[in-house]
Design a protein around this ligand. Structure first.
Ligand code: HEM
Length: 130
């Protein structure tokens, strides 16, 4: 059970960023698919699975790492990714704001992914430092 949830969580993490990159590409190239119904609904389904599996893991661990620095960095990273993602794909008023938010969202996600793998707020620095 724990292992399948963790696999689901890690997989949906990759699918959410892949979908975000694709939608960002569609935004930059002015592709109408960005506003298709499926494009608007599917990311919510994936992101819900992603978040719910993360919370379920915490429940199974009885809150285990909830107060650890890397877990807090991950939660903060996810919130920042969501806010920047909304700015990038919908809310950003000018093209410059949307493009900057797009790049920042990718950077924040990359940081947070490194935090998840290393279980350290140092992220990729900790991964490569061993
Ligand atoms: C952008 C945000 C996130 C990314 C990229 C991410 C990614 C991952 C990955 C790849 C793993 C597997 C790590 C491994 O194989 O050891 C993992 C584990 C886990 N994640 Fe996330 N996650 C994110 C956000 C969250 C959030 C918001 C929560 C909780 C609400 C959460 C809870 C957990 C838990 C409890 C584990 C298991 C840790 C363990 O086995 O000790 N994650 N995450």
């Amino acid at each position: 059970m724990y292992t399948s949830l963790k696999t689901l969580h890690a997989l949906t993490a990759l699918v959410t960023i892949a979908g975000f990159l694709l939608r960002g590409y569609w935004m930059l190239t002015g592709n109408a698919r960005l506003n298709a119904k499926l494009t608007r609904v599917l990311p919510h389904v994936i992101d819900t699975l992603f978040l719910v599996s993360g919370i379920a893991l915490l429940v199974l661990l009885n809150g285990g790492p909830l107060t650890e620095a890397w877990m807090l960095a991950k939660i903060a990273g996810l919130v920042a990714y969501i806010v920047l993602g909304m700015l990038a794909l919908r809310r950003g008023r000018t093209e410059a704001i949307r493009n900057t938010a797009f790049v920042a969202a990718i950077a924040v996600f990359a940081y947070t992914y490194g935090v998840a793998l290393s279980k350290s707020p140092l992220s990729w620095l900790a991964v490569f430092a061993g």
